[in-house]
Design a protein around this ligand. Structure first.
Ligand SMILES: Nc1ncnc2c1ncn2[C@@H]1O[C@H](COP(=O)(O)OP(=O)(O)O)[C@@H](O)[C@H]1O
Ligand SMILES: [Mg+2]
Length: 326
């Protein structure tokens, strides 16, 4: 099976708390997954489960504490050239499109700069053609950005534009971290649809990070549900969301706590007490909230069990693929 990107046992430990009471939390714990060409994989889970940290590690903004990243079957960190290729081929779509653009530079200039920096052409007319082509993929044109400042465009337009800009260098993977949570509700679906179009038209793979299961269900091929740094269930989206196996996925389907839009990457991190407590738990991190929990859950980390084509990390299942207790 062809895999464009794969992560194995990604782990990120952060030191948190005040000066006098430092504790370590494992924000991402042994996370493994892959993505195939022309595939949309969603990482879903409530705020503070490690989605952004996972994205940042993949994008090279954070070093993992341990774990490996493979691109087209090759270990990324081991080869400088592979790493450079990787940085071009894996592009980010950010939550706040206004932050991805310098407000003092017109959008067309930002595009020209990208075209020239990447050596796509030196000719202005040719550059316009390249830029226009990519903008058309996202439903816009060069005219829409020519001479415009980011502040003159809407959030939805800017998000499309930022996607078009990453397309300039023909990436294979987009990592989109909550790309529509700051976009007007009425425009969200059109942006999410764009991922499906890009997948079909240009064979792009998308790691779609969201707390919104409705858009995830609609657009993704597979979904990974995260809880406190762990992928607790992963498989075909239809199967996972219509027939959830993990008690947390079941709960999540009923009500997903809203991500806090104020929370930014750069902002100082404060952990809610419950989050902190759950991260520090022995055994299954979800045991404290789980309606099914038994004694074993509080002391032993569940194994990753394959139930048909779904991976589930829960003591309710065993290797005989059966739900052993309810
Ligand atoms: N730079 C950091 N320093 C310390 N803790 C962090 C840092 N970044 C994230 N965390 C903590 O790691 C956990 C996961 O955060 P994050 O990856 O942002 O989750 P999500 O994107 O799912 O909301 C949270 O408890 C968060 O507070
Ligand atoms: Mg996040």
């Amino acid at each position: 099976m062809e895999k464009v990107l794969e992560v194995q046992n990604l782990t990120k430990v952060y030191s948190v708390g005040s000066l006098f009471s430092r504790t370590k939390i494992t924000a991402v714990e042994n996370v493994s997954f892959y993505i195939k060409p022309s595939e949309i994989l969603t990482l879903a889970g409530e705020s503070g489960c490690g989605k952004t940290t996972t994205a940042k590690i993949i994008l090279g903004f954070e070093e993992p504490t341990s774990g490996e990243i493979f691109f087209e079957g090759e270990l990324v960190s081991k080869k400088r050239l592979k790493k450079r290729e990787f940085m071009r081929k894996v592009q980010a779509v950010f939550q706040n499109p206004f932050e991805s653009f310098n407000p003092l530079i017109t959008v067309d200039d930002i595009f020209f700069e990208t075209v020239y920096n990447y050596g796509l052409t030196r000719d202005r007319d040719e550059a316009i053609k390249i830029i226009d082509d990519k903008l058309r993929v996202v439903g816009l044109s060069f005219e829409d950005i020519n001479g415009r400042y980011p502040s003159e465009l809407s959030g939805g337009q800017l998000q499309r534009i930022s996607i078009a800009r990453s397309l300039l260098i023909n990436p294979s993977v987009l990592v989109a971290d909550e790309p529509v949570s700051m976009v007007d509700a009425s425009l969200r679906m059109s942006i999410v649809n764009l991922f499906a179009e890009l997948k079909n038209k240009v064979g792009l793979s998308v790691i779609y990070i969201t707390h919104d299961l409705a858009t995830a269900y609609y657009v993704s091929d597979r979904i990974a549900i995260m809880f406190r740094g762990n992928i607790i269930e992963m498989g075909p989206v239809e199967e996972v969301l219509t027939n959830p196996r993990h008690p947390y996925t079941r709960l999540l389907r009923e009500s997903i706590p809203e991500a806090d839009p104020q929370r930014k990457w750069s902002q100082e991190i404060t952990i809610a007490d419950i989050e902190y407590e759950e991260y520090l738990r022995q055994g299954c991190k979800f045991a404290g909230r789980c309606p099914m929990a038994k004694e074993i859950c509080t002391r032993q980390v569940p194994a990753e069990i394959m139930v048909n084509d779904v991976m589930v990390k829960c003591h309710m299942y065993d290797d005989s693929k059966n739900e052993v207790w309810k």
